[in-house]
Design a protein around this ligand. Structure first.
Ligand SMILES: [Mg+2]
Length: 271
């Protein structure tokens, strides 16, 4: 899923230096990948290497891959809680509902129904085992896969319905009250429920992939992660122009690019 990586790269220089316009150089020399891309690629590796039928075994592979790609790219700006998790010899889930749950999960969306939800759940539970994270991860990977092969307008309608659903009080129990969607662009909110809805809003307001990423970044807040999540959804809704795919590759470290290439060879229908 290059969509998440491209959003992360384009948003990287604005995370702590927000911009409130869509008019900026998309791939600037100061752009770089951050933790969002490193962990997305780590999940690609886990899907390529792991046994997706076996929970214990797959979770071990996921943990190994998150750690391995963190070692390859330790400068990614990892959150405090997740940094401690990565540094631990025996990392345990810590009930996080940070947006890290969704920023890394898009590779699971390429899998077949059933496997997809299971793998997304396992890849999340190893660290972000809060029910809010699990609920949003499930909605997110389902949405990314559902809007893939339908016209963009239909995809947007699906997303609009999903957003309405998550904003509705009657479903608050499912999201454990605090997991209800929040749409407050411009506020620095690192929760998953405060990030995914804003990413969806960007897709709904945009005309194509690049416009989605620009719109997501223009909201401010946690720019690289909002753009990564929006980019993953926009990839399915609109597709990514070849020129943007090619341009993003030069930002992916050589130690990681073969994993990305292998993943896209294995799952050619995505991206
Ligand atoms: Mg980041």
């Amino acid at each position: 899923m290059l969509g998440a990586i491209i959003g992360d790269i384009a948003g990287s220089r604005f995370e702590f230096n927000n911009i409130h316009t869509k008019d900026f150089e998309f791939f600037h020399p100061d752009c770089q990948i951050t933790d969002d891309s490193a962990m997305t690629i780590a999940l690609m590796a886990a899907i390529l290497e792991g046994d997706m039928q076996n929970e214990m075994s797959f979770k071990k592979t996921v943990i190994d891959c998150y750690k391995r790609f963190w070692t390859l790219y330790p400068q990614g700006g990892y959150g405090l809680g997740f940094s401690e998790w990565l540094e631990s010899d025996n990392p345990q889930p810590y009930h996080s509902y940070g947006n890290g749950a969704c920023m890394r999960i898009s590779p699971a969306a390429v899998l077949d129904e059933g496997v997809r939800e299971r793998v997304a759940k396992w890849a999340t539970e190893v660290s972000h085992n809060h029910p809010i994270s699990l609920a949003w991860v499930n909605l997110f990977v389902t949405a990314v896969s559902m809007v893939k092969d339908i016209p963009a307008d239909d995809g947007k309608q699906y997303l609009r319905n999903m957003l309405q659903y998550t904003l509705s009080d009657e479903h608050s129990a499912e999201f454990y009250v605090n997991g209800i969607a929040k749409v407050h662009p411009g506020v620095f909110d690192e929760t998953v429920q405060g990030t995914v809805p804003i990413a969806i809003k960007a897709v709904l307001e945009a005309e194509d992939f690049e416009d989605t990423v620009r719109t997501a970044i223009s909201y401010g807040g946690d720019s690289d992660t909002i753009a990564a999540i929006a980019g993953a959804i926009a990839e399915s809704v609109f597709g990514i122009p070849q020129s943007i795919k090619r341009a993003c590759l030069r930002y992916i470290p050589v130690t990681m690019v073969s994993t990305v290439a292998k993943f896209h060879r294995r799952y050619p229908n995505f991206s």
